[in-house]
Design a protein around this ligand. Structure first.
Ligand code: NAD
Ligand code: UDP
Length: 388
C-alpha cells in the first residue's frame, strides 16, 4: 500500500490527488486503476459504460482501497454529470475510444465521433476549469513510414531516419479518404492538434500519450465467449481465439506488417510517472512502446503458437497459419501501417523511463492468463451442437 513518503523524480513528496479516468473500464484503464489502487494514495473517479474489467477493484466493500475508487456508469456522449466529475478532480485521463481496426473501415462515423467529437467536451471542460489532462492518442497518427514509399531494394530502407517514429519530427502519412482505415488516425490527429492549440492559446496543461501496441491480460474479448461471435478484436485476442480453438491463425495480407509490442505493465509504469511528475510531463507528446520487441505479424503468430503450446501443454497445429486477404478479413477500405518503431528519446529524457519485458516473456504471462481464463469456456462452447 501507498506510504506517505513517496517522492517524485525531483525528490519532492507526492501529494494524493483525485483522478477522473474516462474509459477506466477498458483494457488500459483496468491496469491503470489496479496500479493506482495498489501502489499509490490517489483517488479515482472511474467513468465508463462497462465495469466488468475493474469489478475486482470495486467489490467487495472491504477492499483496502474501497474509499479511493468510485465507478460512474456514464456515456460521455450525452451526460451532464461529466463536467461535475472533471471539476471534482485534479487530473482527467481520457482513454475512451473506439480503437479496434475492424471498426475503422466498417464503422467510420462511429470511429470519428468517438475519437474526435466525443473527446471535445472533455478538452473544453479541462481548459475552462484549469484542470490538467492526459489524453490517450495512438501511434497510428504516424500512419505509414516514409521508407515504405522507397523502392523495395533501396538501401535507404535500412536507414532509421526513414522509419523510426519521432514525436517532434516525423510526418503523419495516411492513405486516401476511400481507405477508411485512416478515419481513426485522422480523428486522433485532429484531437491532438486541438489539445496542443488549447495549450498554446489558453494555457491548458496537457500530456498526450501515443501507445505502440500495448498488450496483456484483459485486452479486448474472445469472440463468442465474452464478446460478439462475429466480432474482430485486435491481433492478440484474434490469435488467442485461434489458439484456444485449435484453428490456424489468420495472416492478413501475408502477415508482413511489422509491429513493436510492449507489456501493459511496463507501459503503465510510464503513465504513473506522467501522473506524478506534471512539471516533466506537461506540454509533451510521448511515444510509449518497446523498440526492442519488433516482429512481423507472421513472426508474432509463430511465437504465440510456440508459447501457447508451452503454457497449455497442447501440441502445436501442423498448419499453424493461413493467409487471408485484408478485403476478406476486414472488408473494403482496410489499409495498414507498415512498421512502427517508437523513438524513445523524449520519454527517456523527461521521465527516465525504459520498457523492460521481452516479447517472449510478455507472451508467456499473457497466454498463461488467456489459457487459464478461457480454455474451459471455449471447450464448452465448441462442444455444443451448432444450430442448423
Ligand atoms: P478499450 O476499448 O479496452 O478501452 C476503452 C474504454 O472506453 C472501454 O471500456 C469503453 O467502454 C470506454 N468508452 C468508449 N466510449 C465511451 C463513452 N462514450 N463513454 C464512456 N466510456 C466509453 O481500449 P484500450 O486498449 O484500453 O485503449 C484506451 C485508449 O488508448 C484509447 O483511446 C485508444 O485509442 C488508445 N490506444 C490504445 C492502444 C493499445 O495498444 N491498447 C494503442 C493505441 C491507442
Ligand atoms: N492481423 C492479422 N491477423 C489477425 C488480426 C490482425 O494478421 O487475426 C494483423 C493486422 O492486419 C495488422 C496487425 O495484425 O497488420 C496488428 O493488428 P491490430 O489489430 O493489433 O491493430 P494495429 O496494430 O493495426 O493497430
Amino acid at each position: 500500500m501507498a506510504s506517505s513518503t513517496r517522492v517524485d523524480l525531483d525528490g519532492n513528496p507526492i501529494k494524493p490527488i483525485t483522478i477522473c479516468m474516462i474509459g477506466a473500464g477498458g483494457f488500459i484503464g483496468s491496469h491503470l486503476c489496479e496500479k493506482l489502487m495498489s501502489e499509490t494514495p490517489h483517488k479515482v473517479l472511474a467513468v465508463d459504460v462497462y465495469n466488468d474489467k475493474i469489478r475486482h477493484l470495486l467489490e467487495p466493500a472491504s477492499l483496502p482501497w474501497a474509499d479511493r475508487i468510485q465507478f460512474h456508469r456514464i456515456n460521455i456522449k450525452h451526460d451532464s454529470r461529466l463536467e461535475g466529475l472533471i471539476k471534482m478532480a485534479d487530473l482527467t485521463i481520457n482513454l475512451a475510444a473506439i480503437c479496434t481496426p475492424a471498426d475503422y473501415n466498417t464503422r467510420p462515423l462511429d470511429t470519428i465521433y468517438s475519437n474526435f467529437i466525443d473527446a471535445l467536451p472533455v478538452v473544453k471542460y479541462c481548459s475552462e476549469n484549469n484542470k490538467r489532462l492526459i489524453h490517450f492518442s495512438t501511434c497510428e497518427v504516424y500512419g505509414k513510414t516514409v521508407g515504405c514509399f522507397l523502392p523495395t531494394d533501396s538501401p535507404l530502407r535500412q536507414d532509421p531516419a526513414y522509419y523510426v517514429l519521432k514525436e517532434d519530427a516525423s510526418p503523419c502519412i495516411f492513405g486516401p479518404i476511400e481507405k477508411q482505415r485512416w478515419s481513426y488516425a485522422c480523428a486522433k490527429q485532429l484531437i491532438e492538434r486541438l489539445i496542443y492549440a488549447e495549450g498554446a492559446e489558453n494555457g491548458l496543461e496537457f500530456t498526450i500519450v501515443r501507445p505502440f501496441n500495448w498488450i496483456g491480460p484483459r485486452m479486448d474479448f474472445i469472440p463468442g465467449i465474452d464478446g460478439p461471435t462475429e466480432g474482430v478484436p485486435r491481433v492478440l485476442a484474434c490469435f488467442s481465439n485461434n489458439l484456444l480453438r485449435r484453428e490456424p491463425l489468420n495472416l492478413v495480407d501475408g502477415g508482413q506488417s511489422q509491429r513493436t509490442f510492449i507489456y501493459i505493465k511496463d507501459a503503465i509504469e510510464a503513465i504513473l510517472l506522467m501522473i506524478e511528475n506534471p512539471a516533466r510531463a506537461n506540454g509533451h507528446i510521448f511515444n510509449v512502446g518497446n523498440p526492442n520487441n519488433e516482429v512481423t505479424v507472421r513472426q508474432l503468430a509463430e511465437m504465440m503458437t510456440q508459447v501457447y503450446s508451452k503454457v497449455s501443454g497442447e501440441s502445436a497445429l501442423e498448419t499453424p497459419t493461413i493467409d487471408v486477404s485484408s478485403k476478406e478479413f476486414y472488408g473494403e477500405g482496410y489499409d495498414d501501417s507498415d512498421k512502427r518503431i517508437p523513438d524513445m528519446t523524449i520519454i527517456n529524457k523527461q521521465l527516465g523511463w525504459k520498457p523492460k519485458t521481452s516479447l517472449w516473456d510478455l507472451l508467456e504471462s499473457t497466454l498463461t492468463y488467456q489459457h487459464r481464463t478461457y480454455a474451459e469456456a471455449v471447450k464448452k462452447a465448441m462442444s455444443k451442437p451448432v444450430a442448423s
